[in-house]
Design a protein around this ligand. Sequence first.
Ligand SMILES: [Zn+2]
Length: 196
Amino acid sequence: MIANNLTFLKDGATLEIDKLPDGLLILINSRINEDSKLLKEYKQNESLGKIADLTILFATDTEISTTSNNIILDKQGSIHSICPPLANMKDFCESIMYFKKTGSDLKHLYTKIKPEKTENWIASISQFYENYNNPNSTDGLWKFGQIVPSSGEYLCSDCGYIMTLEEGSIFPSCEVCLSGEPGGASETDQEFWKKL
Ligand SMILES: [Zn+2]
């Protein structure tokens, strides 16, 4: 659970996770200002803000003045503490975290550490939302963000890397060839995981 020391920058109110809509919650950790590329891309993608079961928040550790109501201040590093890949990091780490939110429960789905700044991650997040909500495979192949239908070994058809994945978890991007990510061998809208 996220601690209660997170503050919305626009109005100074404390962020209450329970009051956010259920669905996917994407937290982008970044040292951000109004000119940040990710924030600009988010603002240009108006339709994303209208999806009822998708919440995108930007978390930053330094106070800035902002007109955005989806930027939260996390001076204490509370967000890192709830995210398994980040929990032991002492330093602020640029990252994108994907959670499933149900009531007051946040289930960690995936975290991308240090996303490449030149890529369009907002478009990738939008595609992730579509993938997560689509259980169907194409020709026995799955995309990043789709839900793993049965436990077992899965092969990245782009580079041959094999991962053991649990039923009900999500297909990650490939950590070797970065398939599933913007700029990877396959992009977020392409399928590449194959069951062995
Ligand atoms: Zn691969």
